[in-house]
Write a protein that binds this ligand. Sequence first.
Ligand code: ATP
Ligand code: MG
Length: 347
Amino acid sequence: MKQIILTGDRPTGCLHVGHYVGSLKQRVELQNAGKYDEIYIMIADAQALTDNAEHPERVRHNIREVALDYVGSGIDPEKSVIFIQSTVPELHELTVYYMNLVTVARVQRNPTVKAEAAQKNFETRMPVGFFCYPISQAADITAFQATAVPVGEDQTPMLEQCREIVARFNAIYGETLVMPEIVLATNKVCLRLPGIDGKAKMSKSLGNCIYLSDESDVVREKVMSMFTDPKHIRVSDPGSLEGNPVFLYLDAFCKDEYFVEFLPEYATLDEMKAHYQRGGLGDVKVKKFLNQVLQEELAPIRKRRKQWEQREADLMEIVRQGCARAHEKAAETLSLVRHAMQIDYFS
Ligand code: ATP
Ligand code: MG
């Protein structure tokens, strides 16, 4: 069986370091490991419209930003197909068929839907499209016959729901759809990177992000303004690591070599953490170090992103071709689905 990746992001804003450690970085590693036969990376504009119906200009603008963030992060258009969701009509058709395989109660129980509905105050005025997006996500994944879906942890319930749809479809109509597996980051802190405000998730919609496209002085400002342990007032006070985003970001990004380069008084992050917990290590010093680490990590991404900005027409042409390839693949799957469902009347 072919090994195929499908993953993507909503064009609701530029991509941030949470996306990077939670999903993008891993996609690039999987892409470069060369173990996958096909890789599809989707800019989920139709899904973004489910909660941005009144702001199509926002979604349109962010297609460009997300595409730039992809190539900036190391997605290689020679190896990965970048495409826009709404240009593949098969995805919508599959969604409609899958709707019959899922109950309203099951979607209501989906923890991601619940959490996002609460965040967006959708409890009493939920757009039907938004409600159905776990189903459309199943369409996206299965249309590409994906075996692997590298995403952040918040997507786990979506993958579970997709797997249920696959199982039910295959049970009713015969073995047709490919069962996907979720691929999560191995570093636990990367599963759900908190915001710079210490909130549980860095999220475009919450405005608590360090973006991959932020200039270096913006990154520094954001880092220096980060939430830390509110009880750590004097340098001599013992500090807590729990829910302290500065240390969580170090967990996500720091390598021992950065200590050699920038802070040789510690050999490892554990040593630094122990000092913070004992007392005697100030937040400003930790933040300055985190800033240096992030600058090192983000500089090559920013540089590549800027190079692509100069070639925007080429990038849009790459995406256009990606849409055509995605359309072709999804059409193949749809014809299998139609056949299995006995609605291939004239073939
Ligand atoms: P929105 O608020 O518009 O939903 P978002 O920031 O949640 O935006 P998405 O486009 O919904 O971003 O998510 C894209 C991918 O990035 C998903 O795989 C998601 O799991 C992952 N992801 C998003 N935020 C984080 C985070 N803070 N940490 C780790 N992974 C994340
Ligand atoms: Mg999201």
